[in-house]
Design a binder for this molecule. Structure first.
Ligand code: ADQ
Length: 431
């Protein structure tokens, strides 16, 4: 949104409301950019979005093999919808435009666009992990999907480790020649690079320093009433490790009775992809775990786990980030994890306990890292985080703040667009 507001352009997006016009200025008066909708029928949404994107590509990229549901019908509609997106882009396309495709929902669109506009400059950013080649190849359509993406000139992923996995997939599965970070493909060069995404640092800084947010943070602490507060914030997704986190907290309470009454975990989970069975299942499991822990440990004046299944505004989230002594972020896999960065910007004295299986962990060495699959160790790390001295907390957090500032989302967008422009200039110089 901020990129389009600054530069203008057309946002080609999935349209769920058939009554809205196909093309619309935004905002209506004095528009910054245009929105072009690709309307999808319910069945297309079920197969393309809830099917191929959320039941196939999401779990395979997060190494969640048991959640993959391979149904050829998903892929058929994925092709059709990608083609429709490509047609809308081609329809909007003007010479010298940059086409920036977002995420795993549109792997085939780049090549479909290239077929119609061979000279277009096309880039794609992939927001989730790129798995090891041996995992990606599980997909019956792995080669077709890769070829689709190689319609790009520039492909971005969060960290070098994902870039290496992508290059390896292109080399082994397609037999493409790979030289450094360039894939030679059908007479073209496709550059693959890491572009770690960040948050809007300035906005989060301003918001978290506002008097009402500070007041709210104090209220949260007063209401909970414990010496220490641990906070977890996620979409309710099986990749986010919410259940593991609860189990580790439970174990921490079992092992450390001296902490009973003195610490609470506040877990916020946003409803997400609720149509998908594996998401309904993780919700049941989280509900059960919260009930079990509170049933076993709560006393008249202490609730160990506070759980909210709802969406908050960013302002409200900021108050939780500020109120926290420890942010407990334990995904089983995560492309980056922005909650981590939001916490670092908004908080002033807390400890970041972070899963080493996130993109963020590669970029934030001063966090306390933990393997979320190692429950006993995770329980120990919770204690270590709670007991970390003030000086060490401050020192780590200051360094983390410096790092997160450099990752700002505007820097990310500029960096990606610059890379695409460089590609365009090289192509024009050659022509
Ligand atoms: P997500 O999987 O959605 O993003 P994340 O990066 O943590 O994960 O972003 C979540 C966003 O949702 C954060 O901005 C957070 O503030 C917000 N949020 C979470 N819970 C909320 C609640 N209860 N109410 C309101 N807002 C809430 C995907 C990838 C990530 C990658 C991003 C960006 O899976 O790995 O970091 O894209 O590329």
């Amino acid at each position: 949104m901020p990129v389009l507001q600054q530069r203008g352009g057309v946002w080609v997006s999935m349209g769920e409301d058939p009554d809205l016009p196909e093309r619309q200025p935004y905002p209506a008066e004095d528009p910054d950019f245009f929105v072009r909708r690709v309307p999808l029928a319910q069945e297309e949404l079920d197969h393309y979005y809830y099917g191929m994107a959320n039941r196939v590509l999401w779990p395979v990229s997060h190494y969640m093999m048991h959640n993959i549901e391979l149904d050829p019908v998903y892929m058929e509609d994925y092709r059709d919808v990608n083609r429709r997106f490509a047609e809308a882009v081609v329809d909007e396309y003007q010479d010298d435009d940059l086409v920036w495709v977002q995420d795993y929902h549109l792997m085939l669109a780049p090549q479909y666009i290239r077929d119609e506009e061979p000279d277009a400059t096309i880039g794609q950013f992939w927001h989730i992990p790129w798995p090891a080649m041996e995992v990606f190849r599980i997909l019956p359509w792995s080669r077709e999907l890769l070829k689709g993406m190689l319609g790009c000139d520039h492909i971005g992923l969060h960290v070098d480790e994902y870039v290496e996995n992508f290059l390896e997939s292109a080399r082994v599965l397609l037999g493409a020649e790979v030289e450094g970070n360039v894939v030679h493909w059908q007479g073209r060069e496709v550059r693959v690079a890491s572009h770690p995404i960040g948050v809007e640092v300035e906005r989060f800084e301003t918001m978290s320093a506002a008097p009402d947010v500070k007041r709210k943070a104090e209220e949260i602490r007063d209401d909970i009433g414990t010496e220490s507060l641990i906070v977890g914030i996620d979409r309710l997704d099986y990749t986010k490790g919410i259940l593991t986190r609860l189990q580790a907290f439970e174990r921490f309470l079992q092992d450390n009775p001296e902490y009973h009454g003195r610490v609470a975990l506040f877990q916020i989970a946003t409803p997400s992809r609720t149509e998908v069975e594996s998401y309904q299942q993780i919700k049941r499991e989280v509900d059960e775990a919260v009930g079990r822990i509170n049933g076993a440990f709560a006393s008249d004046n202490w609730v160990p786990v506070h759980y909210r299944y709802r969406t908050y505004t960013q302002r409200e989230l900021c108050a939780f980030y500020r109120a926290a002594d420890v942010a407990l972020i334990t995904p089983l896999r995560d492309g980056m994890n922005l909650v981590t960065q939001e916490f670092v910007v908004a908080n002033e004295r807390g400890v970041l306990l972070l899963s080493e299986l996130t993109g963020a962990a590669y970029l934030l060495p001063e966090a306390l890292h933990v393997n979320p699959y190692d429950l006993p160790r995770l329980a120990e790390k919770i204690k270590e985080a709670l007991e970390m001295g003030v000086d060490e907390r401050r020192e780590r957090l200051d360094r983390l703040k410096e790092r997160v500032k450099k990752l700002d989302v505007h820097v990310w967008a500029e960096g990606f667009l610059k890379a695409m422009m460089a590609t365009r200039e090289t192509a024009q110089a050659r022509a």
